[in-house]
Design a binder for this molecule. Structure first.
Ligand code: AHG
Ligand code: MN
Ligand code: MN
Ligand code: MN
Length: 335
């Protein structure tokens, strides 16, 4: 039962027993994420006042220049999860390899792994535009009591037990699902609690917003170019509106509430696309499906892709079901 204005703490306790594997471990894990999000939120909101803007001076495994806040958010989330000894492993966009957590007293007794994009929308940090965090949770597939292995992280998105994101925006929100619909909570900064503000979110089946970095248009493949032209054509309820922030979490959130499609296609410059399957696409695809929407790589559901490596990239089309159906139709026709 979801009650508007319930706090996230109350919601977690109330819904704990409805979760099929519930032992309280997943609830503790979500609790740790919401606490880390408060810390990161506090840091993000100070950006500009203290010396945490700009490049950190290193390049991550993705080949991107790490921003100071990328590094800080990564540290805070890893700390929150390891200190509480509630997961057996973590994989992060900012870490080359997965981290195996061997809590001394528990000896690999925890059953969940977390995959995380600690700070999404890095390029927006310096200009005070919304950034976010995206997370994804799986049950390990290797035996409890042994160190985690790569295969615990390389599971199809369909196996996720929970996923969500946090937006550090006009207000701070956490939106997540444990496989029983999607709920959104807004932080009241005066009190320090998140309140249920968006119960049981559903993506409208049709939308009027398309979100894509059109600067890459000339490098897109024909099917995607054709779909963009379709969005712009004056016919029926078109042309659609174009909205692109450049922060996946925020772009996804807007489209989920209002109806729309988010696209990060592959191109002649980025043959695999840009977004990371494990840290970005799978969690968003899980939320999209839970909210009645759809996520595809142009040919198949994102959630059915068998990952081959931690930092794998995939083309991504996600949002209102009928819009994703349409772009798939254009892509497959152009082949
Ligand atoms: P991150 O900041 O975690 O590396 O993710 C950036 C991603 C995503 O948030 C965003 O939608 C996309 O990259 C923007 O890419 P372009 O600047 O190429 O449009
Ligand atoms: Mn990055
Ligand atoms: Mn990201
Ligand atoms: Mn990131």
């Amino acid at each position: 039962m979801t009650k508007k204005n319930q706090t996230l703490g109350e919601f977690i306790i109330e819904n704990q027993t409805s979760f099929q594997y519930s032992t309280g471990e997943l609830s503790k894990l979500i609790n740790a994420i919401r606490l880390a999000a408060k810390v990161v939120n506090h840091e993000v909101s100070k950006a500009g006042l203290v010396d945490i803007l700009g490049a950190a001076g290193d390049t991550n495994i993705q080949g991107e220049d790490q921003q100071k806040l990328d590094v800080l958010a990564n540290e805070k989330f890893i700390q929150a999860l390891t200190n509480r000894e509630i997961v057996c492993g973590i994989a992060s966009e900012e870490e080359d390899e997965f981290i195996s957590i061997n809590s001394n007293d528990k000896n690999h007794q925890n059953k969940y792994v977390v995959l995380i994009d600690p700070l999404d929308g890095s390029s927006n940090i310096d200009v005070n535009v919304s950034v976010g965090t995206i997370f994804s949770i799986y049950r390990r597939v290797t035996p409890i009591g042994t160190p985690v292995q790569l295969e615990d992280f390389l599971q199809p998105g369909r196996n996720q037990v929970a996923a969500g994101y946090i937006i550090y925006g006009t207000s701070t929100m956490i939106v997540y699902s444990t496989g029983d619909g999607v709920n959104g909570f807004t932080l009241n900064p005066a009190i320090g609690s998140y309140y249920l503000s968006n119960p049981d979110i559903k993506i409208p089946e049709d939308g009027k917003i398309y979100s894509v970095n059109e600067g890459h248009y000339v490098h897109f493949h024909q099917g995607v170019k054709d779909y963009i032209k379709y969005c712009q054509k004056e016919e029926g309820d078109r042309p659609y509106t174009s909205r692109y922030i450049g922060s996946l979490a925020s772009d996804f959130h807007r489209n989920m509430i209002k109806g729309g499609i988010y696209m990060y296609p592959k191109s002649s410059k980025q043959e695999e696309g840009k977004l990371r399957l494990l840290y970005e696409c799978n969690p968003m695809a899980f939320l999209a499906e839970q909210a009645g929407g759809k996520a595809s790589d142009g040919y198949m559901p994102i959630l059915d892709i068998q990952p081959k490596e931690l930092h794998q990239r995939v083309p991504f089309f996600c949002g209102s079901k009928n819009m994703v159906d349409k772009v798939e139709e254009f892509i497959q026709k152009a082949n």
